[in-house]
Design a protein around this ligand. Structure first.
Ligand SMILES: [Fe+2]
Ligand SMILES: [Fe+2]
Length: 129
């Protein structure tokens, strides 16, 4: 198990897919704002769907800090929307700046925030099965 794995397969798969998407984006994309916009939209859609998966799981197993966790997901969405706004303006973000943000935010979130619910949920899921 690598340090990003939380032991909840559906969540681990989605995290993996997210990081793969970002890596592909880093490797294959140029600096064209319209291309970056398209990919960013795709990543945002994927991330938001992933957040819904987690939020549903946390609700199902009565995770006590669901509200705070939802707020953090919202903050990420708002930051992406800020980048989307900038891509249309005079000071568009560089691909690498965006990449670093997308990687770093999710890494930190998985390691520090997702890990908290995962420990509790794994326990409650085992008990329920
Ligand atoms: Fe997550
Ligand atoms: Fe999360």
């Amino acid at each position: 198990m690598n340090k990003f794995e939380l032991g909840i397969p559906v969540v681990d798969l989605q995290h993996q897919k997210y990081f793969t998407m970002v890596d592909d984006f880093a490797a294959n994309l140029g600096e064209e704002s319209s291309d970056i916009e398209t990919i960013l939209k795709e990543i945002k859609t994927y991330a938001v769907a992933h957040f819904r998966t987690e939020e549903k799981l946390m609700a199902k197993y009565n995770y006590p800090h669901l509200d705070v966790h939802i707020r953090l997901h919202e903050e990420f969405k708002i930051k992406i929307e800020e980048y989307q706004g900038r891509l249309k303006g005079d000071n568009p973000p560089k691909k690498n700046e965006l990449m670093s943000f997308l990687r770093l935010w999710m890494r930190t979130h998985v390691l520090q925030v997702d890990r908290q619910y995962a420990d509790i949920l794994r326990y409650r899921m085992r008990k329920a099965s």
